[in-house]
Design a protein around this ligand. Structure first.
Ligand SMILES: [Zn+2]
Length: 412
């Protein structure tokens, strides 16, 4: 199979390899699909295929071109990664050495993100809402890419998360797409292609990448990341067809977010509105530069799906939070199926709102208050605090903790 470093997407890989072999590659490609399904991995491999010493064709992975392109260090590979003045991903905020200027900070963050990608093209890049591609980024790409290839056959520009371009950047890129300098091939990756201007989309050949099969994610985790089959199966089941998602879930940070989502669920069920508010605040404060709210919503959805499974089938073999089965079973026993279904619908609505650019923290706050109201009827009949092991957030108790729900701004 062509591009064997890429997981899944057999048809798309074959189609691209045919184009390489027959020398009829387009000038612009748009690889779009959910984050973490391998758009960047495929883009990097395509750049290798074009420039491999034994090619053009299947990348050998060994020659100087393949090795340097995979390390994102090739002079004919131009990588554009959105960035902001937030600290690089390996250095959490507050611990920075401090950059001399905003431009330096952006550059430092960009390099940090690129290193992650070079290390593993399936790494989930922790983009925040301020990480964007600016017009200067696109202009500098055009300048660098207009020269003839230095060493390879063809210059390739990979624009990661192209849906993070602002309008000025899009306009500048449009010019480059209309008149690509020299033999430049542009590959845009995007998880939200609807955010790209139609003028950009129409000038690219689209390659749609679907979610990966669970079996493919599991096999990749075992073969490439040396994860034992049982854990790999568990991670694959929770990954929603996104390899990067499985890898994030396995990391310390991923495990922490998973736990935080569970604590949030307990707060929804158990705590006063004020405590719930504090929990959302503390989540936001401790992850200021990371887009973790989306992730928390994913975990919350997984928890509600678990409640649904426990309420309808009682079985626990397909749960996402298998380690919390007892606590979840206790919660499910106190909820109507309708409440759970409404909860799932509310979470999905919040996800759509966030995708449409709603204020993320506010959307999460409104959601948790709605979820709290939806569980209201049952909670008033019984005291769930006896059912779940108490793993409350560290927020302090204050007298106003006893504020009744109706004293808060209406959630819906
Ligand atoms: Zn090679």
């Amino acid at each position: 199979m062509a591009f064997d470093r890429v997981v899944g997407h057999d048809r798309q890989r074959q189609r691209l390899m045919n184009a390489v072999a027959q020398d009829r590659l387009a000038h612009g490609y748009l690889f779009c699909g959910p984050p973490g399904v391998g758009a960047e991995a495929l883009a990097i491999e395509l750049a290798c295929a074009v420039n491999c010493e034994s090619g053009p064709g299947e990348p050998c992975g060994q020659c100087r071109h393949c090795r340097r392109i995979r390390a994102l260090q090739h002079p004919d590979l131009h990588l554009l990664v959105p960035s902001s003045s937030a600290p690089p991903p390996d250095r959490p905020s507050g611990r920075g050495e401090g950059s001399s200027s905003r431009g330096d900070a952006r550059q430092e963050r960009r390099m940090g993100l690129a290193f992650q990608l070079a290390d593993d093209p399936y790494a989930a890049l922790p983009f925040g809402s301020n990480d964007i591609l600016s017009v200067d980024d696109v202009r500098s790409l055009r300048k660098d890419a207009s020269a003839k290839p230095f060493e390879g056959r063809r210059k390739v520009a990979v624009i990661v998360a192209a849906d993070r371009m602002n309008t000025a950047a899009s306009n500048a890129l449009l010019k480059t797409l209309e008149e690509p300098p020299g033999s430049l091939m542009l590959i845009l990756t995007a998880s939200r292609s609807q955010r790209l201007p139609p003028t950009i989309v129409s000038r690219c050949q689209p390659v749609f990448l679907a979610r990966l099969r669970e079996a493919d994610v599991k096999a990749a985790l075992i073969e490439r990341y040396d994860i034992d089959p049982e854990e790999a199966g568990d991670l694959a089941r929770r990954s929603e067809g996104r390899l990067s998602e499985a890898l994030t879930a396995r990391s310390e940070r991923g495990a922490g977010l998973r736990e935080e989502a569970f604590i949030l669920l307990e707060c929804i069920y158990d705590a006063t509105p004020l405590r719930l508010f504090e929990q959302v605040e503390s989540l936001a404060a401790s992850h200021r530069d990371e887009p973790v709210m989306d992730k928390i919503l994913d975990h919350l959805l997984a928890l509600y799906r678990d409640l649904f499974i426990l309420d309808t089938t009682g079985g626990s073999s397909t749960l996402s939070y298998t380690e919390r089965v007892d606590a979840l079973r206790a919660l499910a026993s106190g909820m109507d199926l309708e409440d759970i279904e409404n909860g799932i619908a509310a979470i999905e609505e919040a996800r759509r709102d966030i995708a449409r650019n709603a204020h993320v923290q506010l959307a999460l706050l409104v959601l948790v208050l709605r979820l709290r109201l939806k569980r209201g009827s049952e909670a008033s009949r019984q005291s769930p605090s006896h059912q779940t092991p108490s793993r409350q957030s560290p927020s302090r108790r204050t007298p106003s903790d006893e504020t009744p729900p109706h004293a808060l701004p209406a959630a819906d």
